[in-house]
Design a protein around this ligand. Structure first.
Ligand SMILES: C[S@@+](CC[C@H](N)C(=O)[O-])C[C@H]1O[C@@H](n2cnc3c(N)ncnc32)[C@H](O)[C@@H]1O
Ligand code: SF4
Ligand code: SF4
Length: 377
């Protein structure tokens, strides 16, 4: 295979539209330089074409810090010690994303985002551009004064992580007194301005199965809370990817039949008006997931078409398991999103063989739209 043909094959693997450009057709044998220029021009045309049809990122996560005041049994993010960015870095990221995508959804997360002193400053900046912000938090640092600041900054959605009622929550999150602390914060949230939605995020796992129906009933009755969203347990965050992780996890539900009965109960509660935020199709999908969490080893992951995470060391990616697009300190967001490394990452994501809960939890609805086009419910 000559050099040009091998370049053609490499490009064709990266960019499907190259297949329409047949470099092997009869052409006069010109010099290597002219052929290289021809290839460069055609490659450039393909890149430009791909950039034209490329969707814009619209669901963004900023991992503002990896530090955390807790050491939950299912999360090791706090082990990732990255250097912190200055507030100016995040302001620029907000602006560049706005220039690229217009208003988008921004989740300001971590680690524990309430540890970040300039959190409200970023929320206010994003809100002034019409960007919808969400903050998930373990609630340990939340008090009346912080609630007031978050609300004044224009926060759209505050999500309190609560996995069980009472001491089991403290046990799962390895923090004595945490549940009572979160209850106090919920007390302070009563009567908050309805422009800020407040709800609960709950990890669906083995030890808390018997708590989930009471949790839904409690959220339904608590005036400060408007919704509860379930997230299926995934491999411990920040651990090296391993498709057999669940076989030895003490948090994995051991009886899939019991999970299915529970999911049917949750679906019935939802149909009767309980404020469960997950789509019914997602809860049904959890049944498959808890029989085999490697679902996205078999189904496509299309998250690379709409999602970006910016990490607190400046690295940008649609999926850190599939590499990096580059660093925002060195390139603009548009360059990273439209660049060759991003294209390669998207292709790798579509054929991903990693076991991951991202498309089952955070981006279920968006991913399902691509993978199961008839799944709207
Ligand atoms: C990484 S935390 C960051 C925000 C904050 N520290 C908190 O706990 O809410 C975001 C969400 O991920 C959830 N989470 C962490 N590890 C998980 C796992 N292994 N499986 C499913 N959800 C997990 C947390 O419960 C939380 O609701
Ligand atoms: S889940 Fe949240 S609170 Fe728990 S260790 Fe991870 S970042 Fe911290
Ligand atoms: S399923 Fe998607 S988000 Fe998860 S590791 Fe694979 S490509 Fe990444």
């Amino acid at each position: 295979m000559d050099f040009l043909t091998s370049c053609y094959h490499q490009l064709a693997a990266l960019y499907p539209r190259v297949r329409e450009l047949d470099l092997r057709q009869d052409r006069p044998r010109t010099t290597g330089t002219v052929l290289a220029e021809e290839l460069r021009q055609r490659g450039q045309a393909v890149l430009e074409d791909r950039a034209r049809v490329l969707p814009r990122p619209r669901s963004i996560i900023f991992n503002l810090t990896m530090q955390c005041c807790l050491r939950c049994r299912f999360c090791n993010l706090w082990r990732l010690q990255f250097p912190h960015m200055e507030p100016a870095f995040w302001h620029r990221a907000i602006d560049e994303l706005y220039a690229l995508s217009g208003p988008y959804q921004l989740c300001l997360s971590g680690g524990e985002p309430l540890l970040v002193p300039y959190l409200e400053e970023l929320i206010a900046h994003a809100s002034s551009l019409g960007i919808e912000t969400a903050v998930p938090t373990n609630g340990f640092l939340l008090d009346a004064e912080r609630i007031q600041r978050l609300q004044a900054a224009g926060l759209r959605s505050l999500k309190l992580s609560i996995d069980a009622l009472g001491p089991l929550h403290d046990h799962l999150r390895r923090k004595e007194g945490l549940f009572d602390k979160v209850l106090e914060a919920i007390g302070a949230l009563r009567g908050h301005n309805p422009s800020m939605q407040v709800g609960v995020l709950t990890v669906f796992m083995g030890p808390n199965l018997s708590h989930l129906v009471p949790l839904v009933e409690w959220v339904s009755q608590e005036e400060a809370l408007g919704f509860i969203e379930f997230q299926a347990l995934t491999q411990t965050y920040a651990d090296p990817p391993d498709t057999s992780w669940y076989r030895t996890s003490e948090l994995w539900p051991s009886d899939p039949a019991a999970v299915e009965v529970l999911i049917d109960q949750l679906l019935a509660l939802q149909a009767a008006g309980a404020p469960i935020g997950n789509r019914p199709f997602q809860l049904q999908f959890f049944k498959y997931y808890f029989r085999n969490p490697n679902q996205f080893v078999y189904h496509d992951c299309m998250i690379g078409n709409f999602h970006l995470t910016v990490r607190n060391d400046g690295e940008v990616s649609s999926c850190f398991n599939q590499g990096l697009m580059g660093n925002l300190r060195e390139n603009s967001l548009a360059e990273l999103w439209e660049g060759a490394r991003a294209s390669l990452q998207r292709l790798k994501m579509e054929t991903c063989r990693v076991s991951c809960g991202f498309p089952v939890n955070c981006y279920f609805a968006e991913n399902a739209r691509y993978v199961f086009p008839s799944s709207e419910d």
